[in-house]
Design a binder for this molecule. Structure first.
Ligand code: FES
Ligand code: FES
Length: 157
C-alpha cells in the first residue's frame, strides 16, 4: 500500500505517494525523473547514487524512501544557482578535468559538497576521506582531489 511523504527536494517542498519498499534513489530517478543521480552498484559500494540529506552525503540506493519524511534532500540538480550558474565544485571539475565518462561525477560532487559545507578549508586527507566511498574508474582521483581543492579556494574568496 502506498504512503504519502513530505520532504524538501532541491529547496522545494514536495508531497508524493511512495511504495514503502522503494529506495530514495528509485523515487528520485523514476518518479521525479532526476536522473543526474546515478545507479552503479545498487548495494552501497560505488557512491554513484550519493545525495545530501540534512547535510550529510548518503547512498540513496540504500536509503529507505520513508526515511526521507521531513528531511532536506539535495541532488546534483539542486547544486547550480537558480540562474544556471554552476556551483564552484561543478566549475572546478570542468576546469581540472575531474570528469571523464562522468558516471561518478554527480556522486563525487555531492560528497565533496557535504564536506565543504562542514569544513570550508579541508586538507587533502579530508577530501580523500570524503570521497572514499565514491569509485571512479577513469580519472585516477588526482584531478578530482584537485578539483575539490580549487573549489574550496574559490569559495573562500
Ligand atoms: S549505486 Fe548506491 S552506492 Fe552504488
Ligand atoms: S569519470 Fe568515469 S567513473 Fe569517474
Amino acid at each position: 500500500m502506498k504512503k504519502e511523504i513530505t520532504f524538501t527536494l532541491n529547496n522545494e517542498k514536495v508531497v508524493v505517494e511512495v511504495d514503502p519498499g522503494w529506495t530514495l534513489l528509485y523515487l528520485l530517478r523514476e518518479v521525479f525523473e532526476l536522473t543526474g543521480t546515478k545507479e552503479g552498484c545498487g548495494v552501497g559500494e560505488c557512491g554513484a547514487c550519493t545525495v545530501i540529506v540534512d547535510g550529510d552525503a548518503v547512498s540513496s540506493c540504500l536509503y529507505p524512501v520513508l526515511e526521507a519524511e521531513g528531511k532536506n534532500v539535495i541532488t546534483i540538480e539542486g547544486v547550480a544557482a537558480s540562474d544556471g550558474t554552476l556551483h564552484p565544485l561543478q566549475q572546478a571539475f570542468i576546469d581540472n578535468n575531474g570528469v571523464q565518462c562522468g558516471y561518478c561525477t554527480s556522486g563525487m560532487i555531492m560528497s565533496a559538497k557535504a564536506l565543504l559545507e562542514k569544513k570550508a578549508v579541508p586538507t587533502e586527507e579530508d577530501i580523500r576521506t570524503s570521497i572514499a566511498g565514491n569509485i571512479c574508474r577513469c580519472t585516477g582521483y588526482v584531478q578530482i582531489v584537485e578539483s575539490v581543492q580549487q573549489a574550496a579556494e574559490r569559495m573562500k574568496k
